[in-house]
Design a protein around this ligand. Structure first.
Ligand code: SF4
Length: 451
């Protein structure tokens, strides 16, 4: 065994997370389970007794990424005990177990029991799998991230009952189920006690919150009731809704955010396509008219609100015309930025068996066009906010002598680095946009002091 464990006299563990905010909240929770067992967390490129890689299954690179991080772990400590968890581990456990250097693969029901599998940490000759049929993953485990960012991710819901034809998430995470309102409030207070100022609510389909709260299929509460309850948690300055399906984003939720001081004027709403023909093939639960109506209602009730949209390009059967429908739809819509995904075939999805695959180069070209549109949209949104008074929460990232932060409506601003200002918020007036697209500001003068 190497030096650092002897020096630290405790066992060490390192984590790497791929994918979404939900995965980050779960890695952070698993890390706390290790600390409770007396482990010390070290950086992933440091020698460690155990390496945990939390995987994602959304893109076809999942396999390559997993292999890459296993290699990184073994580069740091060739004797490190390597454990793979997460969505990809649930979907392809046997395939992952064959990766050189992997010791343990834990599925959706076992990842939170990880410390019960540790033993003497001697490496196995071949990877051992402890997984299950996804139907067995019908119970809920709380999770939240803390400590490594200004913004904490709070899991409130897991799984999904929708059947979007390109998506593997229901296969990796199971049915829709939710935490209890009491538990979510308790976790929010724990996060506040650790000093975080902002909480991002995360899940798989959080608009479906309340389903399976008490282990049954019924909704015990609605998402609106949950955020109304969280609005009473005075210890937290800001709440942000990570992403919500357009068909679940009703007027009551938008009205609530419009009048709330704690819930930020920022919605991330997956669109996926601006062509009704493609939306039907994706089995999305809305058509483009509903999406446009949601955007219009948000802008009517909260004019300065940021709206982000997910969009997939290159879905089977997407012709140039369908793509231009999407492009023109987004170009006309008052969205503030786009997250663009290039369609990739995922095993066991309906779409993977569909004819009329779009050539990969064409998918890439369409993605480039939408990313350019996203940059234009973000610039236009930022320009529309210049001169406005906002509140910024400054973060701890030091870059070339500057630090940055986001306003409530998700405008990224920067100022000269000052370590005393990390995780603090202040009122500012947005002034100009620099060559990198970051916004410069002036502090809002306190009229009283001037007088
Ligand atoms: S709503 Fe659709 S895309 Fe989102 S997780 Fe559920 S099945 Fe996947």
């Amino acid at each position: 065994m190497y030096l650092c464990r002897m020096m630290l006299n405790t066992k060490t563990v390192a984590f790497h997370t791929l994918g979404c905010k939900l995965n980050f909240s779960e890695t952070s929770t698993i890390a706390r389970n290790f600390m409770a067992e007396g482990y010390t967390q070290v950086a992933f490129n440091d020698p460690a007794d155990v390496y945990v890689i939390n995987t994602c299954s959304v893109t076809q690179n999942a396999d390559k990424e997993c292999k890459y991080w296993v290699k990184q772990a073994l580069k740091a400590n060739a004797e490190g005990f390597v454990i793979i968890v997460g969505c990809y581990a649930q979907l392809k456990p046997e395939q992952i177990a064959k990766i050189e250097g992997v010791d343990l693969v834990l599925g959706a029901t076992e990842k939170f029991n990880i410390t019960t599998y540790l033993g003497d940490l001697e490496k196995y000759d071949k990877g051992e799998v402890h997984s299950c049929e996804i139907d067995e993953a019908d119970f809920y485990v709380s999770a939240y991230s803390i400590g490594d960012r200004t913004r904490a991710f709070l899991k409130v819901q897991d799984g999904c009952d929708y059947k979007c034809t390109y998506c593997t998430i229901p296969l990796a995470r199971g049915i829709s189920r939710s935490d209890t309102v009491e538990n979510v409030l308790a976790n929010a207070r724990k996060i506040a006690a650790e000093g975080a100022k902002e909480i991002v609510l995360t899940g798989v389909n959080i608009g479906d919150y309340g389903k399976g709260e008490f282990g049954n299929k019924r909704h015990a509460h609605t998402f609106l009731e949950l955020i109304e309850a969280l609005d009473q948690v005075e210890e937290i300055e800001r709440f942000r809704i990570s992403s919500i399906e357009p068909n679940l984003l009703n007027n009551d939720i938008i009205d609530f955010v419009a009048r709330s001081r704690r819930f930020m004027p920022h919605f991330h709403v997956p669109l996926q396509s601006g062509s009704d023909h493609i939306l039907k093939k994706m089995k999305r639960r809305y058509l483009r008219a509903l999406y446009a109506d949601r955007v219009a209602y948000i802008k009517q009730e909260i004019p300065g609100c940021a709206i982000g949209a997910d969009v997939i390009v290159g879905f089977p059967g997407e012709t140039e015309e369908h793509f231009m429908e999407t492009y023109n739809f987004l170009n006309e819509l008052e969205v503030s930025y786009l997250h663009v995904f290039t369609y990739s075939e995922r095993d066991n999805t309906e779409a993977a068996a569909m004819p009329d695959a779009v050539p990969y180069a064409e998918r890439k070209k369409r993605a480039r066009m939408l990313r350019a549109l996203s940059a234009k949209k973000r610039r236009a949104f930022y320009e529309s906010q210049l001169g406005s008074t906002q509140e910024v929460l400054l973060e701890g990232d030091f870059k070339e002598g500057y630090m940055s932060g986001f306003t409530g409506n998700y405008v990224k601003v920067k100022q000269l680095w000052d370590p005393n200002l990390v995780n603090t918020s202040k009122k500012i007036v947005l002034k100009s946009i620099d060559e990198e697209g970051m916004v410069l500001f002036e502090e809002q003068q306190n009229i009283l002091t001037l007088a």
